[in-house]
Design a protein around this ligand. Structure first.
Ligand code: NAP
Ligand code: ZN
Length: 348
């Protein structure tokens, strides 16, 4: 395929609604695969970026970094994939490939900066366009295999939401005998509950209300509390080995640090647009750790997909036509998503 225009949905400017457009895709290079996209998840990060909440957004912006599809063409040097393979692409599509983090399989922390799937520029300075589209050309080294046991629609959100929770849960050793709390039961949070439970941890959901309690327990949590009730913070003080926050808005860190045991960790994966305040006594007392974590590397993303297939863990999804993207954004912003919107790319 030479440079081709394919259908896509884009935000023409910051905060503008998304509309149908076309996007150029590069010719399939020697190490590239052409992916016919089947499904693309809607991550809250898409909304932060479309609305320029993190700043320096590149427009027109075609979001989408939870991409699941089928290989339609391979370059002459491709060895890992064949036409017809079920594949996924997550939040980045390139990195320097030679720094200590790339060599360690932590390409997301590349010292020269990973090349984001969208709202980024490639090594030639050309803007990148994401997965709300029908086709994508990607280097095979930044493409992962979706195991047969996972339906493509339920697998798409794993490419961001799944790996963003899997990586810190593994790093901070969620497992048998460990008490883990997941804050926020949205796209990331619901995968956190499923994965932490499958790893053998005792899982608690901390949600704004008890509205989704039944779902949380069905997904694998043993306990469910409302953070709107101040009694929750008294009752659970000193309880957890690990608290993972997926909240998209600034969090009262001191209150959540108070829920940790001595040596416990509060890991923030939510990426709010505003800074947060911290009283350092919240970490001094109890030798606590306040940390963050960003997605995961390619090898770990493959490991996560294999783990999810083995344990039957897909995302809980609502498949929508592309014409509903803007309405879906409004529902995500209102915490009214159960638990990930996934765009059916055939409607683009
Ligand atoms: P989401 O589906 O909207 O889920 C976020 C959840 O946080 C909501 O469902 C809600 O859960 C809770 N929440 C929202 N506003 C809140 C508020 N004002 N106070 C308290 N709780 C609130 O979003 P997502 O796609 O899971 O993404 C969550 C965040 O992670 C976003 O900021 C996103 O940009 C970021 N993210 C980070 C990474 C990374 O690598 N670190 C990767 C992907 C996404 P309840 O209704 O249960 O309270
Ligand atoms: Zn994401």
């Amino acid at each position: 395929m030479s440079v081709t225009q394919v259908a896509a949905y884009a935000a023409p400017a910051a905060k503008a609604p998304l509309e149908r457009t076309t996007v150029p895709r590069r010719p399939v290079g020697e190490r590239d695969v052409l992916i016919e996209i089947k499904y693309a998840g809607i991550c809250h990060s898409d909304i932060h970026q479309v609305r320029d909440g993190w700043g320096e957004g590149i427009y027109p912006m075609i979001p989408g970094h939870e991409i699941a599809g089928v290989v339609a063409e391979v370059g002459s040097g491709v060895t890992r994939f064949a036409v017809g393979d079920r594949v996924g692409v997550g939040c980045f599509v390139d990195s320097c490939r030679e720094c200590e983090y790339c060599l360690r399989g932590q390409e997301q922390y590349c010292v020269k900066g990973m090349t984001g799937t969208y709202n980024a520029r490639d090594k030639q300075g050309e803007p990148m366009y994401g997965g709300y589209s029908t086709h994508l050309v990607v280097d095979e080294n930044y493409t992962v295999r979706i195991p047969d046991g996972l339906p493509l629609d339920a697998a798409a959100p794993l490419l961001c939401a799944g790996i963003t929770l899997y990586s810190p849960l593994k790093h901070w050793q969620a497992g048998p005998g460990r008490k883990v709390a997941i804050v926020g039961l949205g796209g990331l949070g619901h995968m956190g509950v499923k994965i932490a439970a499958a790893l053998g941890a005792e899982v608690t959901v901390l949600s704004q209300s008890l509205r989704k309690q039944e779902d949380g327990l069905r997904l694998g949590a043993s306990h469910y509390y409302a953070t709107s009730d101040p009694a929750t913070f008294e009752e659970l003080a000193g309880t957890f080995d690990l608290v993972v926050s997926t909240v998209s808005a600034p969090l009262g860190l001191d209150a959540y640090l108070g829920l940790l045991k001595v040596d416990g960790a509060l890991v923030n994966v939510g990426a709010p647009e505003e800074p947060v305040e911290l009283n350092l006594f919240s970490v001094i007392q109890g030798r606590k750790t306040l940390a963050g974590s960003m997605i995961g590397g390619i090898a770990e993303t493959q490991e996560m997909l294999d783990f999810c297939a083995e344990h039957g863990l897909g995302a809980e999804i609502e498949v929508i036509p592309a014409s509903d993207i803007n309405a879906a954004y409004d529902r995500v912003l209102a915490s009214d998503v159960r638990y990930r919107f996934v765009i059916d790319a055939s409607t683009i």
